[in-house]
Design a protein around this ligand. Structure first.
Ligand SMILES: [Zn+2]
Length: 267
């Protein structure tokens, strides 16, 4: 049994054939799918999908890339959503400086600082709600690893995070584990040039990582460039077992225990 711990089933990419997508996942042995909201509307849609499909659970939050569109305070609504029996964590939240610093940014210097401050504020709101509700956090970070850890650290005795779509070094992975959090790997581990990510995956302790598709993005080989879907977590798992030199079934069993511990309401 496999689990896709990070999907975006509420995106329009899946609206035409969602039932078939979930059916194919179940046929591929993917018994659970965690669908992740990217703003409050998307989070409500994620919860609705989880209500209609026993295999699907939801994560609710506001993605840092859309931070400027967020209302000033989303804590009350997050808290309310978190009470739903199928909501298993908060997120995805965190920091994304990628498009702020790539030279193609539409933002001036002052706007960039404002965007960063807004991302940080939203991230901290998720952390506060996580403490209050006892749920963990799905963390997105791009091009600001140190800053993300710095904001998480004061909460790390009460909240655990999963650094999703992890592409960091072995040293960065160890820093994540040192604050009690986990890492999660996508189909990137199947990409030809992703030697460094495979090295990190190979070095990660068996009970400190999860697997995800991040679909509809990042389809693993041999589906690269096509729409990704939860069934493809199987290709990721096969590659991960090979990289780690371990048996697929026993790795899947450990992965399930890790996910059930991290998302206690998954059960
Ligand atoms: Zn995502």
């Amino acid at each position: 049994m496999l689990i896709d711990t990070h999907a975006h089933l509420d995106l329009p990419d899946f609206s035409a054939d969602l039932d078939a997508v979930i059916g194919r996942a179940e046929a591929a042995g993917v018994a659970r799918i965690i669908t992740v909201g990217t703003d409050l509307e998307s989070s409500h849609r994620a919860v609705q999908i989880s209500e209609h499909h026993p295999a699907v659970h939801a994560v609710v939050g506001w993605h840092p890339s859309h931070a400027l569109a967020a209302p000033p305070d989303i804590r009350a609504e997050l808290k309310q959503l978190a009470e739903h029996p199928k909501v298993v964590a908060l997120g995805e939240t965190g920091l994304d400086y990628h498009h702020l610093s790539d030279g193609h940014s539409p933002f001036g210097q002052q706007d960039q600082e404002q965007h960063k401050a807004r991302q940080r504020d939203l991230f901290e709101q998720h952390l506060e709600v996580a403490v209050e509700t006892g749920l963990n956090l799905v963390i997105h970070q791009r091009d600001c690893f140190d800053r993300t850890l710095e904001i998480l650290r004061p909460f790390a005795d009460r909240v655990r995070g999963v650094f999703h779509c992890f592409v960091g070094t072995i040293e960065e992975m160890n820093q994540v584990l040192a604050v009690g959090s986990l890492v999660s790997f996508t189909g990137i581990v199947t990409f030809k040039n992703a030697h460094a990510v495979r090295d990190t995956l190979a070095a990660t302790p068996a009970d400190k990582f999860m697997l995800e598709t991040d679909c509809p993005y990042l389809a693993p080989i041999p589906f690269r460039g096509k729409r990704c879907e939860p069934a493809h977590v199987r290709e990721i798992a096969v590659q991960a077992a090979q990289v780690r030199g371990c048996n697929l079934d026993s790795m899947a069993d450990t992965l399930r225990q890790t996910a059930e511990k991290f998302f206690p309401k998954l059960g």
